[in-house]
Design a protein around this ligand. Sequence first.
Ligand code: SF4
Length: 380
Amino acid sequence: MKRNPTRSVRVGDAFLGGGHPIAVQSMCATRTQDVDATVQQAEALHAAGAVLVRVAVDSARDVEALAEIRRQTVANLVVDLQENYRLAAQVAPHVHKVRYNPGHLYHHEKDKPVREKVRFLTEVARAHDCAIRVGVNCGSVDPVTKARHPGDDVAAMVESALEHCRLLDELGFDRYVVSLKDSHPRKVIEANLRFAAERPDVPLHLGVTEAGIPPEGIIKTRVAFEQLLSRGVGDTLRVSLTLPNPRKPEEVAAGLQILADIAAGRFRSVPVFDDDRLNIISCPSCSRVENERFVELAEAVKEMTLYAEAHALTIAVMGCRVNGPGETDDADLGLWCGPTHVNLKRRTESVGAFTYDEILGRLKHELDQLIEARTATAAC
Ligand code: SF4
């Protein structure tokens, strides 16, 4: 397979980029503090072929659990930091790579220059032999960068990634990879191609975030990966699927299958991601899910909305309050799950919070209204 001339980045006993085999990775969706369940899932993902296994850490208690998880699994562990970037100092001794989101870094300790926060992360990474991933997500680019690119999310994402590469380069840290993710394969393709054109040396972690339930989630991801990997773009990847915990290793199997097909030249006719039809996106779930009915809800939404398939609308179903509110802004209708209620939005506007028993009926009501409004406009 043709590959971009990226540099090699070591993560534990794995290497990303530099012509090394494209590494498939995955993420635990168990509660991090449930050590037994997380170890079991990390081992299952590792056994399925995940070269790296990511764990979310949001609190000091999660850090304690992580130390124990480290002792009990052989998997190469990566930690996903949210806004509290200072937790890196506590998690780095237990992992091989730290992922930070530049958008989240911007919001935490706002008075401190971003450069200082990145410097802190590089010092921690150096001290503990860790690599770094700059993980840019379309839904959480910092507002200043976003404002410079009105109406062009992809340009904002690319600028954010390039800026952080510059910061890391200036700090003399080169053990980093970059990801540019969105829930729409078209944006993922565009962002990664634009970035790779500017920085062909930086290894890329590919992913379509919140791709949803299989098989559609795999199809969206395959669309993006076929387009990018066939052009030599991509050094590691994750297929993010909404799955119950025991089926999480299917993410790894899907990634390996896509790679095997591409390597063997078995390009299926690339499915056109049909923008004229209903698009349901749902997050892959992780330890931040506060009500396990989330996966069931995502499946029920898919089934309930079948009747609206011919309408070009997007419905997003997200598992938690951390990323749910922001990541649903671009959807025509967005749902994000809390412990007892599901929050419903029309794009950025809140419709209200409904119980898990009420939400489907309310969603249908909103969907019918949207369809009616669009049909009336089309008839004018
Ligand atoms: S939306 Fe929340 S629950 Fe879903 S993957 Fe993202 S952080 Fe995890």
